[in-house]
Every structure is written in structure tokens, then in C-alpha cells.
Design a protein around this ligand. Structure first.
Ligand code: ATP
Ligand code: MG
Length: 566
């Protein structure tokens, strides 16, 4: 298991835990939970919560559980729950236990009866709209329900009959009797239970009433013995209700406490399961694990190393103010990790032929094949070397040749000498074109004295290019990606993120030619295609590579630009 103590997002929550430990609040016990609702796949925002929840527990020698917040049968599915556990494991974390709020439906029900018996909860026969209207607003007083002062006996009877299925969906709710004039809207007699005949993926048709989030959440924390219950800032004004419920239940041990931290938002990205579900449903992407999606399964397919995601989440820490991070900052961590770990390979994405006219033939008349030893990763000698075949017919990138080079173009052009990486210096002579005038083949000569890529007379060349031997090359497909959303803040201008969808977020190059050793790439493995970026082999599609990230540090460029703008 990952040593998440390294990833403990220190910040203010760690300070709270230290204080509690000093005071002996929970006898030094630290227990957290990550509470996903199984209504979609996890995204990069959840990674921050996971790193935080597990990190705090590990930093203080505590435990962290997963608890599925499965209180809404309409939207939740086993498929989502499975994917969530898989993603958490992939990210490098192992929950102590996997719990479900639905495990506690019975005790939650009993506790609701306990509140009724205390005169602190009542059955309301009004419609959802009426209840919502009566709640009022800021500076607008709440109106008490005509059912608010029902007798305890009547409430108990009605609530039992709600559970027994005697009433129609939506016809009644159980509400907490808190304060209809509270400044905090959450406290204006919140709904605790609703009637809803939905098939629950775990409890089936056993229940026709379901607890609301606020009633389920804190009580589930209490059942499990959670000490520090972390969530995102939008729940800040739910905290008084969280405490109110717990305060009125006479629980045997110290109550859990809720702490809120800022949501993670990224530029060019939506992190809302509802929106992500829409992208999938409407076919804007290939699925939840499309490499353009900010889901953990999408990032995995794209080749993001889990360590990079953890490091990123740790570096941004927890704070109390919402802010949007540049996606380039996350990419920086991805590149940093892959630079250390990814094997270097040569691949030509948009090939044209390079024919070396003075290349020798062997005694059998066939062109000679030379094998060059090339380092797998100059950053890590332990990764060893590989043999790369070189012959008189190669593929190079189409953009690495210009018949009439513009100023500043130092790659191949007629009369110009360049280095073929690790092999020889070559000088272009002329090009063959197709009927449309497009270059299909470049002719060149090589200098046998430059074997290995340097000239004995010390002469220099201005560029080094990658190549693959045509005869040995393996066919591959490469998918290049741009932001799924063109705008920094998708939907900010019009309210609908779909308006900002980038129509060119994916470019698929089907005719790539790559060096033979790439045929041995493991599904999901990420390698560096020299000069082109990091590429992950798709776990399912043979020889289909996704560009994880380019080689250039866009984050540094962005910071420079921002600094220049003052
Ligand atoms: P969404 O708004 O995408 O539907 P959610 O908050 O409803 O997300 P949950 O499954 O309820 O999703 O979230 C589980 C945990 O992850 C919660 O503690 C939630 O606060 C946290 N979380 C969700 N989104 C983010 C985010 N963008 N940044 C940090 N934490 C997040
Ligand atoms: Mg939620």
C-alpha cells in the first residue's frame, strides 16, 4: 500500500486533529471515511477528497473507510460502486472497511422514531412544492406546517405506516422539528425521509422510504465511529444540522465532527458527476473512461500515473477557499513522474519514407541491417538498453522535411545534414512527390563515418530526428488529445458547459509506424515517443496509443505568461 502519510494534506484539518489529540477528545483515535454516492464514476475532484481522507488517517495512525452514500435508489447502481472501489485501489489506497449507508437503514429508522418520541420529528402531509415555498428565504420568514404540532402518537403511527407502504410516493415526508425561523435555511424543519418506491441496488424492494442525505450522513458517521468527517465547502451550512441531529440522539461516544475544504476545480474541465453523466449519455465521449474525461478511469486509460495524481492533490493541499487550478499544473506532475519512469521509444506518427541512396547491400543483394544499441531511459540507467534496427529505407515524420525550408527551420531539407538519432548523419538530396505535389519520399545520403551519431571531424548538425526502419516498423494508431472543453471555465459564459465543447478534442492518426520493440508494450503501459510526448497503450485495443501529455512544460509557460501580465 502507498505510504499516504507522505501525502497527508497537512493544512488546517491536520491542525484540528492535533488539537483533538492534545485534548484527548477521541482518546487519540482518528477515523475518517470517503463517502461516494455510487451514481457515477470518480473524477479528479474525488481524488483530492480521497487523498485527504486517507492521508489524514495515515498521518495520525488512524483508519479510513469507504462508505457508499447509497440513499437514492433512482440513480445508484452496483456498476458505479464497483468502479469506485477499483479507482480507489488504483489510486493506491486500501480502505479498512467498505460500508454502505444502506447497512444502517434499520438503525436510521429506529433513530428517527426516537426523535419522534422526543417530539422532535413529525410527518408532514403537504406536497414537496408547498414545503419548499413555506421554507421562506433570506429575510423571508418560514411558515410552519399545519401538521407541525401533530401528537407523538399520530406521528409514530403515520411514520410506521409510511414504512409499511400504505401511502403513495411523495404523499408524505418525515421532517425534523428544528426552527422555521432559523437564519440557516438548512435548519427550517429539514426533510428526513421521503416515500419513494425505487429498487435499491442493495436492499432491493425492502424499503419504500429513504433517508435524506443529511439524516443519513452524520448518523452513518456516528454508527461507524468516525471522528473527523471531511467534505466539501458546499456542506458548510449543513454542519449545524449535522450537529443538531447528533446532539439529539444521546449517542454513547464522542460525536464525529464535520470539516469542510475547498472543492478541486480545474481549467477546461467539468467535475460534476451529473455533467459527466450527460457527456456519456449524449455520446459526446466514448464512455466514462474516455481518455478525455476527468474521471479516474479516463485518466487511467490516458496513462496518468496514480502517483502523479496523488502528488498533485498533496501539493494543492486543503484550503477553505474555492479556486480553480490550471490543468497544466496537474500535467506537470504527470510529466515529472513519467520522465522518471517511462521508457523511451521511437515512433513516427505521420510517416514519409526516407531512402538512403548510398546505403550498402550485403552479399545476398539485400540492404544491410544494422542494429543500434539505444538507452531505454537516459534518466534511469537501470532501465537498460534495446537494439533498434537501421536500414536504407526508413520512415521519418512528414513535418521533419521541408523542400523549401522557412527561416529558422533546421530539420531536413535538400542539402541540409541532420542526425538520425543514435545512428548516422544524413543529407537530403531531393524528394519524390505524388500527383498532388505532396512529398512521399525523401532521398538522402549518409556518412558512414558518423556511425553512432557523431562526426569524427567534430562537425555539428542543428537537429536530431527520430526514425524507424521501414522494413521492421510495426503499424500503430495514435490518438492525440486537446482539452475536452475549449473554455477555461466551461459553461461560464452561457450556463451550459456543452456550449464550450471543443469539437477538435481528439485527432486519431491511423497510419503510424513504430519501432518493433513497441509490439511488446504491456496494455496500459506508458512510454515516451521521443520528441512527441508520453503515450499509453490502450488496455483493450492492440497497438492503439493515447497521448498522455506532451513533452513541453506548459505550466512553466503559463506561469511566465501570468507573471508577464502582472
Ligand atoms: P458531484 O458534484 O460530482 O456529483 P458529489 O459531491 O455529489 O460530486 P460524492 O460521491 O457525493 O460526489 O462525493 C464523495 C466525496 O467526494 C464527498 O466528500 C465530496 O465532498 C467529495 N468531492 C466531490 N467532488 C469533489 C471535488 N471537486 N473536489 C474535492 N472533493 C470532492
Ligand atoms: Mg454528493
Amino acid at each position: 500500500m502507498t505510504d499516504a502519510s507522505k501525502y497527508a494534506a497537512g493544512d488546517f484539518i491536520a491542525d484540528v486533529v492535533r488539537e483533538d489529540n492534545a485534548k484527548g477528545t477521541y482518546q487519540g483515535r482518528v477515523q475518517t471515511r470517503f463517502p461516494p454516492e455510487p451514481n457515477g464514476y470518480l473524477h479528479i475532484g474525488h481524488a483530492k477528497a480521497i487523498v485527504n481522507d486517507f492521508g489524514i488517517a495515515q498521518q495520525f495512525g488512524g483508519t479510513c473507510n469507504v462508505r457508499f452514500d447509497d440513499t437514492n435508489p433512482d440513480t445508484e447502481e452496483a456498476e458505479f460502486a464497483e468502479s469506485i472501489l477499483k479507482d480507489i485501489a488504483w489510486l493506491g489506497f486500501t480502505p479498512e472497511h467498505v460500508f454502505h449507508a444502506s447497512d444502517y437503514f434499520e438503525v436510521l429508522y429506529e433513530w428517527a422514531e426516537a426523535l419522534i418520541l422526543k417530539g422532535l420529528a413529525y410527518v408532514d402531509d403537504q406536497s414537496a412544492e408547498t414545503i419548499s415555498e413555506q421554507r421562506g428565504g433570506f429575510g423571508k420568514p418560514g411558515i410552519e406546517s399545519p401538521y407541525r404540532n401533530r401528537s407523538i402518537e399520530e406521528n409514530l403511527d403515520l411514520f410506521r405506516r409510511m414504512r409499511a407502504g400504505e401511502f403513495e410516493d411523495g404523499s408524505r415526508v418525515l421532517r425534523a422539528k428544528v426552527d422555521m425561523q432559523a437564519v440557516n435555511m438548512q435548519l427550517r424543519d429539514p426533510v428526513m425521509y421521503r416515500i419513494r418506491r425505487g429498487h435499491h441496488f442493495r436492499t432491493g424492494d425492502k424499503w419504500c422510504i429513504y433517508p435524506m442525505y443529511d439524516w443519513a450522513h452524520g448518523q452513518s458517521d456516528a454508527v461507524e465511529g468516525v471522528t473527523h468527517s471531511m467534505c466539501t465547502l458546499e456542506f458548510e451550512d449543513h454542519r449545524p444540522l449535522y450537529d443538531w441531529y447528533l446532539d439529539h440522539l444521546d449517542l454513547p461516544r464522542e460525536q464525529p465532527r464535520q470539516y469542510e475544504f475547498a472543492r478541486l476545480e480545474l481549467t477546461h474541465t467539468v467535475t460534476s458527476k451529473r455533467r459527466l453523466a450527460q457527456l456519456v449519455r449524449e455520446g459526446h465521449v466514448d464512455g466514462w473512461d474516455d481518455p478525455r474525461m476527468p474521471t479516474l478511469s479516463g485518466l487511467r486509460r490516458r496513462g496518468y500515473p496514480p502517483a502523479a495524481i496523488r502528488e498533485f492533490c498533496t501539493s494543492i493541499g486543503t484550503s477553505k477557499t474555492n479556486s480553480r487550478h490550471a490543468i497544466e499544473e496537474l500535467e506537470w506532475f504527470v510529466r515529472d513522474e513519467l520522465n522518471r519512469t517511462a521508457l523511451r521509444r521511437m515512433a513516427v506518427l505521420r510517416p514519409i519514407e526516407l531512402v538512403i541512396d548510398n546505403w550498402p547491400s550485403g552479399p545476398d543483394g539485400a540492404p544491410v541491417v544494422e542494429w543500434f544499441e539505444v538507452a531505454n531511459n537516459p534518466e534511469n540507467p537501470a532501465d537498460g538498453v534495446r537494439q533498434v534496427p537501421f536500414t536504407g529505407r526508413l520512415y521519418i515524420e512528414a513535418e521533419d522535411f521541408e523542400e523549401e525550408p522557412p527561416p529558422g527551420y533546421f530539420r531536413l531539407s535538400p542539402g541540409r545534414e541532420v542526425r538520425l538519432r543514435g545512428a548516422y548523419f544524413v543529407t537530403a538530396t531531393h524528394a519524390d512527390k505524388d500527383g498532388d505535389g505532396r512529398v512521399v519520399r525523401v532521398h538522402a545520403t549518409y556518412d558512414p563515418a558518423t556511425k553512432g551519431g557523431s562526426a569524427p571531424d567534430g562537425r555539428k548538425v542543428k537537429s536530431t530526428m527520430h526514425w524507424v526502419s521501414a522494413e521492421h516498423a510495426v503499424a500503430a494508431t495514435a490518438a492525440l488529445y486537446d482539452h475536452l472543453f475549449a473554455a477555461l471555465g466551461p459553461g461560464e459564459a452561457t450556463g451550459d458547459p456543452l456550449d464550450d465543447l471543443n469539437p477538435n478534442s481528439r485527432e486519431v492518426l491511423a497510419g503510424c509506424r513504430v519501432e518493433p520493440v513497441l509490439a511488446e508494450t504491456a496494455p496500459g503501459q506508458v512510454v515516451q515517443f521521443e520528441r512527441l510526448g508520453y503515450f499509453a497503450l490502450d488496455p483493450d485495443k492492440p497497438m492503439y496509443f493515447h497521448r498522455t501529455v506532451g513533452l513541453r512544460d506548459e505550466w512553466a509557460r503559463l506561469q511566465k505568461r501570468q507573471a508577464a501580465q502582472g
